[in-house]
Design a protein around this ligand. Structure first.
Ligand SMILES: [Zn+2]
Length: 360
């Protein structure tokens, strides 16, 4: 790409709102992030106070000022598939478009600060990464953690995912399992020769219906667990007593349970059934103790709440780095065809981050 084609001009980079819009207008559905990564890399390589690296379509830039602590600001460059919502449009205080909320407004924070803050109070590592919205084997942070784990080392990380301007701490873990019942196949005209596996699944569903999900408060943040059937499969033909039924269960668990404890709990709930764990991701504790986290909370000025969905903060937590979520978008609008962001919230959050990162 030639320099003159890059829409991320100095004027655009100076304004987080204009920058959000320019980033939305560069389509970047997962696995198609090359164009946006090229633009971001070209900008960062031109900034004298940053050293810039690239791995695939993930771009990392860092200051090396010899500060006592290092923080990460991270945002994913990809979006879910567009839905007639690119380019961005503005109506009043709302900017509409794919990625306005999740999470080009957050990416705009990181890119704006990277370019305009030559002497932050901590050393800062800025991550612009690919493929967060799809299977984690493609996730740019995951790929970096495999190839260059030292790129991720920091004392604190901030994920700029949509939180509507509230600090969301940690995240819940997620487990998926199949719970299977078995029976004996028979012709339905002589069903007494068989054992119906779908009928046997009633006991699985009763246990789910009766399940009392736990609520727990950790470091002042409430987490709320949930265990749900998300799919059910069974049946052979319209005249056959089925011999197998599989209920898929999703357990969202608070971060005070380890993945092993979450698995043991699910196996206990479905004792007597064939339980197979198909997906398991650890949660992340709130991580509010680290000094940069305390200073960040002071800059925001409102109390954090527990993050219920799984996010990449868990990747940092797994490396021992406390991490929080903070972004202007409304998480309820992420992946929604009407996705939008409040322009005032973009400005407010940018001011908070600048206050936090500026030398006191
Ligand atoms: Zn996101």
């Amino acid at each position: 790409m030639r320099l003159m084609e890059n829409p991320l001009t100095p004027e655009v980079l100076a304004d987080p709102v204009a920058l959000t819009r320019a980033l939305v207008d560069i389509e970047s559905v997962s696995r198609h992030e090359k164009a946006i990564a090229d633009c971001v890399e070209q900008v960062l390589r031109g900034v004298p106070h940053l050293t810039t690296y690239r791995h695939g379509n993930t771009v990392m830039a860092r200051t090396d000022l010899g500060r006592a602590q290092r923080v990460v600001l991270a945002g994913h460059l990809d979006t879910v598939p567009i839905n007639n919502n690119v380019p961005a449009t503005v109506r009043g205080d709302l900017m509409y478009g794919c990625g306005t909320s999740d999470m080009k407004s957050g990416v705009a924070y990181a890119l704006h600060l990277a370019v305009t803050l030559p002497e932050p109070r901590y050393d800062v590592t800025y991550f612009f990464y690919e493929a967060e919205e799809i299977e984690s084997t493609y996730n740019g942070l995951f790929l970096v953690s495999e190839a260059y784990p030292d790129w991720l080392s920091a004392d604190f990380a901030l994920l700029l995912e949509p939180t509507h301007g509230i600090v969301e701490a940690g995240c819940q873990g997620t487990l998926r399992a199949t719970v299977a019942t078995s029976g004996v196949r028979a012709h339905s005209a002589r069903s007494w020769y068989g054992v119906n596996a779908i009928h046997a699944a009633v006991d699985v569903l009763r246990r789910l219906e009766a399940y009392e999900a736990r609520r727990t408060t950790i470091e002042g943040c409430e987490y709320r667990e949930g265990m749900n059937a998300v799919r059910i499969e069974g049946g052979v033909a319209g005249n056959v007593v089925p011999d197998r039924c599989v209920v898929e269960v999703n357990f969202r668990f608070a971060p005070d349970r380890t993945p092993e404890q979450a698995e043991a709990h699910v196996r206990e709930v479905f004792a007597g059934f064939e339980v197979t764990i198909t997906d398991l991701a650890a949660g992340a504790l709130p991580g509010l103790e680290a000094a940069p986290a305390q200073e960040f909370l002071a800059a925001v000025g409102t109390a954090p709440i527990g993050k219920l969905g799984w996010t990449d903060v868990a990747r940092f937590a797994a490396l021992g780095t406390p991490a929080l979520n903070f972004g202007p978008g409304d998480p309820n609008l992420a992946h929604h065809p009407d996705e939008h962001v409040e322009i005032g919230k973009i400005r407010d959050g940018a001011a908070v981050l600048r206050r936090w990162l500026s030398v006191a």
